[in-house]
Design a protein around this ligand. Structure first.
Ligand code: R5P
Length: 291
């Protein structure tokens, strides 16, 4: 097995190679002045099973094209099988038609990856697992929540309350509770599909005087977490942290979250950045070894 170090997740790919012992295939990449991407595999893959580690966070379109180009280059150069490890799968949130006239973005992404030569896909905490039904090849969705919860146990937050900011993330809070050992609960969030505006409400939660960790799959603008923090403060939470798998943290999201009284933001290296304090390397390595 060989591992192609996709430019969007080079460090993570290096760590996975170290843990699995798979031989590394470096990639030369550049983006031309007009925005088009170029990639070249700097190693042989003839007759090999190869894994490409490459996330598709911002710039999503560039990263998606580079992933497709690497898969195509691998197949053209004789790779037997191509596994794409895409820790953050861009466009996964548009996995159905919400308003008439829309497309299903993730379906287009799936077809594109298939056409490029991808044979199977591993991702991490995809927004909704049903999106994987759109892929015409085998897929696996890993959960990084236990790793995030262990980070907080290491900080002395055993028995903290695990809060999901909406019902869709309740499974995440429940997975965290398995590790933390405290309570779990969720708020309610509704979204206006035309304006994108969200509204959060929270019934009485048992958080008075407690340490609370808000867990979500994605933090993008930070609005969801800031709204949740306001409700938690009203209900008497003593200390508030937040953890997410995919820390997109667009614009001033980090500042907004910290200004809302949250003590720390913890994300994984599915999206590289200064808050990516938990590495996915052991999780991905185990999944690759089990293939
Ligand atoms: C949506 O349901 C996701 O789980 C996240 O809650 C959402 O993407 C976070 O977005 P933002 O940080 O912009 O509120």
């Amino acid at each position: 097995m060989k591992i192609i170090l996709g430019p969007a997740s080079k460090e993570l790919g290096e760590k996975v190679a170290e843990l699995t012992g798979f031989e590394k295939v470096p990639v030369a990449s550049r983006v031309f002045p007009d925005g088009e991407s170029y990639i070249r595999l700097e190693g042989t893959v003839q007759g090999e099973q190869v894994t490409i580690v490459h996330t598709t966070s911002k710039p999503q379109d560039t990263n998606l094209m580079q992933l497709a180009f690497m898969a195509n280059a691998a197949k053209r150069n004789g790779a037997k099988k191509v596994t794409a490890v895409v820790p953050y799968l861009g466009y996964a949130r548009q996995d159905k038609i919400f308003l008439e006239g829309e497309n299903v973005s993730i379906e287009t992404v799936a077809s594109m990856l298939k056409a490029a030569g991808v044979d199977q896909l591993i991702t991490v905490n995809i927004h909704a697992e049903t999106a994987l039904n759109k892929f015409p090849f085998p897929t696996k969705n890993l959960s990084a929540i236990p790793l995030l919860a262990e980070y907080f146990v290491g900080k002395g937050c055993k028995n903290a309350f695990a809060l999901a900011p909406d019902k869709g993330a309740l499974y995440i809070a429940q997975q965290a509770r398995q590790v933390l050992g405290g309570d779990a609960g969720s708020l309610e969030k509704t979204r206006d599909r035309h304006t994108g505006q969200t509204k959060q409400t929270g019934k009485h939660l048992n958080v008075n005087g407690q340490t609370v960790i808000i867990f979500d799959d994605i933090i993008s603008t930070g609005g969801t977490i800031v709204g949740a923090a306001q409700i938690l403060k009203e209900q008497g939470a003593a200390r508030i942290y937040t953890a997410c798998v995919h820390g997109l943290l667009i614009g001033d999201a980090e500042k907004r979250i910290l200004d809302a009284g949250i003590e720390e933001i913890v994300a994984t290296d599915s999206v590289p950045g200064k808050n990516s304090k938990v590495t996915l390397a052991p999780l991905i390595s185990e999944a690759l070894k089990a293939l």
